[in-house]
Design a protein around this ligand. Structure first.
Ligand SMILES: [Zn+2]
Length: 313
């Protein structure tokens, strides 16, 4: 009862106190003129109602008040072990957001001055993504974008210094197109430049095409349904003595013998179920297996040791 009363009183008092004022800040600490450390946190400017109810959010990292160029001594050092995480994959909306300004992706030093780098226009961005998808350069898993094997092959193919892969080129074109629209740039100049660039690009292609690794493209053409559970190559529809089956595309090269059944106990498996098996090593529960006069439901799992497909629990 007393505690409750104190709580209420504190709350009422706090309501009459001024706001808490914090500033978000970042301190860059330089050690020995060679190493820089960045500390992000908050600085308390005015305690306000925290006089009555202290701050409880422990996630807040409070930084001390420092003046620029303040000098201090290193009194203690500590190394911690941790792993960096790869950046989050783009979702359909964050990808469009990124395309609005791709400047953040530029690594080339002299291009860092570019602050605004739109790819496509408001009207074309969604269409560009759909186009990449329909050409099978990208695919979506749980609303996250992944390059396909074909996409990776294309990216690798144009890796060799070609300007065509650069977002800067695309963005510059978009800027120029806007300028043409606003009569700030002559469209004939633009066409002339594009023609010149095309001939340079064709020369590049001629030089580099001999080095392209087209394995990925060949495999995609043969419609892979996933990665081989034995060797990681692509699993494709193959033809054998007993008709068609899904097997490893590496069979001719390495003799990899992965062979997925079309039917288990007379139950035909769908392509989706086989893909699931390849991706996760197991399927969801499949209904309608028949054994003698009984029907049962079970998932299929890949038995790593025996290298065969069996029923799961
Ligand atoms: Zn294989």
């Amino acid at each position: 009862m007393k505690n409750l009363f104190i709580l209420v009183v504190k709350r009422i008092l706090a309501a009459h106190y001024p706001d808490v004022v914090m500033s978000h800040k970042e301190i860059i600490t330089e050690v020995m003129g060679r190493f820089t450390f960045k500390s992000k946190g908050k600085e308390l400017l005015s305690k306000g109602w925290h006089h009555v109810i202290p701050a409880t959010d422990e996630r807040d990292i409070m930084l001390p008040t420092l003046l620029k160029e303040s000098v201090g001594d290193v009194t203690n050092t500590l190394t911690t072990k941790s792993k960096t995480k790869p950046p989050n994959r783009y979702t359909s909306s964050s990808l469009i957001g990124f395309m609005k300004n791709a400047a953040q992706a530029i690594e080339v030093e002299e291009m860092k001055s570019i602050k605004n780098l739109p790819l496509g226009t408001e009207a074309t961005r969604a269409g560009l993504i759909t186009l990449l998808e329909s050409r099978k350069y990208i695919e979506w898993k749980n609303n996250k974008v992944y390059p396909t094997l074909l996409g990776i092959t294309i990216i690798d193919s144009i890796k060799m210094g070609s300007v065509i892969k650069s977002p800067i080129l695309t963005a510059k074109w978009d800027v120029k197109l806007n300028e043409i629209g606003a009569s700030l740039y002559n469209h004939n100049d633009f066409i002339a430049h594009s023609k010149k660039l095309s001939s340079v690009l064709f020369e590049e292609v001629k030089t580099y095409s001999t080095k392209w690794n087209q394995n990925g493209v060949e495999r995609i053409k043969s419609d892979s349904i996933g990665a081989c559970l034995l060797c990681g190559s692509n699993v494709i529809l193959r033809k054998g003595k007993h008709g068609e089956f899904y097997g490893c595309s590496n069979y001719e090269d390495s003799g990899c013998s992965l062979n997925l059944p079309f039917k288990v106990l007379n139950k035909k498996l769908s392509k989706k179920q086989l893909m699931e098996l390849l991706q996760k090593g197991e399927t969801d529960i499949i209904e309608g297996f028949k054994w003698k006069d009984k029907t049962f439901n079970a998932p299929l799992v890949w038995n790593r040791e025996d290298q065969k497909v069996q029923f799961g629990k």
